[in-house]
Design a protein around this ligand. Structure first.
Ligand code: FAD
Length: 434
């Protein structure tokens, strides 16, 4: 059996970026597999009027290969929308348009394979054997890149009542036709997805609910910090400074940076506020409750849902009754099932995170030339940018350079204004280790 250089497991934007960068590298034998029938970016959250939280220039390829035929600008030109796009003058592109761009790229790369879920991966002799869930013959590869995303997080207080139609995660929101007319709906979660779903319900896109209850643990409906010095956390230099820090320091830094990645876009907050204001001007009956600073304690179902929450502002307990609950409660790490045969050989922390090397490969006890790279897995090793698309292309190029064993992409970048580390200390450490 032919042994490939790299197999990509899952084709979300992160592995698609790696696939796009591999395209023009001669003599590289790669293949990528996804269980979906074709590329689609979080279809359950492709709602109307939702926008990317990242610049379109931070696309799959541009930051390391602006000549690539897979850039967002190449897509615009090919779709004959270049001038219209500029005239539109939107600060952010819509998620629909970004998804269309990703689909356009995915249709141009012939080593992407859909309808091929990965069931299990083993290591035998000097390569990985990748087995599929559709009976297709296994493939063999020297290296892997794991890009199967994260698992939806269901809070412990709601685990028992999870239900596909009445109590479901936000990521499933638009996967089926829904009718909220006359229903009492609770949205849990004060991040961007919670805000978008609240806005969607308020706009009556899927019927006018009797009540929309928006509950968040955060002290208020807080904005994403997109200011310039905060954005320096999303630069290659920052990763170089962050990676060598001790693990407990990294954890506290990342937790403190939460609103740089998980806050609500200012434009979404403004649209919500304007809509609430206009409803008040029109004298419409108030069918919404905004409840930040609440911790969910318990839930039960008997005909309808009862949620119990602690109001952290005044210390009281509250109860809400709902017909439908939408969990905009984010995502969590989980070791994918297909890694079961290898799990004992990989370094995994107690909170189910892979322990990563600087080149994004997982530490393991197998031959070091056989690597399992992992994307979207290094929030606490490489920094806050990891789950975001800001440095996606730079990370992809780091992995591809390592794969081909040379600096195929020039990744030297010294543009940061901020001095994160003490340069004197670095010099002393260099002298000591010489
Ligand atoms: C609604 C939403 C909006 C976001 N917007 C932004 C934004 O504006 N800016 C930003 O920087 N970040 C954003 N993010 C965060 C992040 O960029 C995205 O989640 C991104 O999609 C992560 O890419 P990924 O490739 O890691 O995983 P995913 O996009 O989750 O893709 C994983 C793929 O793996 C496949 N898969 C899973 N298991 C298997 C298997 N066993 N075999 C084969 N295939 C499998 C899945 O079918 C899927 O296609 C957003 C996240 C969400 C949820």
């Amino acid at each position: 059996m032919n042994t490939k250089d790299l197999v990509g497991v899952g084709i979300g934007p992160f592995n698609l970026s790696i696939a796009a960068l591999c395209h023009d590298i001669p003599n590289l034998d790669v293949a990528f597999y996804d269980k979906k029938s074709s590329f689609c970016w979080h279809p359950g959250m492709l709602l109307p009027n939702t926008y990317l939280q990242t610049s379109f220039l931070k696309d799959l390829v541009t930051a390391v290969n602006p000549q690539s035929p897979f850039s967002f600008l190449a897509y615009l030109v090919s779709k004959k929308r270049f001038y219209a796009f500029l005239n539109n003058e939107r600060p952010a592109i819509s998620r629909q348009e970004y998804n269309d761009y990703l689909q356009w790229v995915s249709a141009k790369i012939d080593y992407l394979n859909f309808n091929q879920g990965i069931e299990s991966i083993e290591f035998n002799d000097d390569a990985f054997d990748i087995h599929f869930d559709n009976g297709e013959p296994a493939v063999r590869s020297r290296k892997l890149c794991l890009g199967t995303g994260k698992r939806p997080h269901i809070p412990a207080a709601l685990e028992a009542i999870h239900h596909p139609q009445q109590c479901f995660h936000a990521i499933e929101f638009a996967t089926q036709k829904r009718d909220f007319s006359g229903k009492r709906v609770t949205v849990i979660g004060g991040g961007q997805s919670g805000a978008e779903i609240f806005l969607h319900l308020l706009s009556g896109h899927d019927g006018q609910p009797a009540e929309i209850n928006w509950v968040s643990r955060r002290s208020n409906f807080l904005p994403m910090d997109e200011t310039c010095f905060t954005n320096e956390w999303f630069s290659p230099n920052y990763i170089d400074s962050f990676f060598p820090l001790p693990s407990n320091t990294k954890h506290s830094i990342v937790d403190e940076q939460k609103l740089a990645s998980d806050g609500i876009s200012e434009s979404t907050l403004k649209t919500i506020y304007e809509m609430l204001y206009e409803k008040r001007v029109a004298g419409e009956e108030q069918n919404y409750r905004l409840r930040p600073n609440r911790d969910l304690i318990a839930s039960n179902y008997s005909g309808d849902y009862t949620l119990q929450a602690k109001n952290k502002f005044d210390g009281s307990m509250e109860q809400y009754h709902s017909d439908i609950i939408i969990l905009a409660t984010g995502f969590e790490n989980a070791v994918p099932k297909y890694l079961e045969p290898l799990k004992d050989r990989l370094e995994i922390s107690d909170d189910q995170q892979f322990i990563l090397n600087r080149d994004y490969s997982i530490q393991w006890d197998g031959p070091q030339e056989n690597k399992l790279y992992a994307v979207n897995a290094g929030r606490y090793s490489h920094g806050i940018s990891e789950p975001q698309m800001s440095l996606m292309c730079w990370r992809s190029a780091t992995i591809v350079n390592d794969l081909v064993g040379k600096a195929h992409f020039d990744l030297s970048d010294d543009c940061s204004f901020v001095e994160w580390r003490n340069p004197e200390r670095e010099k002393i450490q260099e002298l000591l280790s010489a």
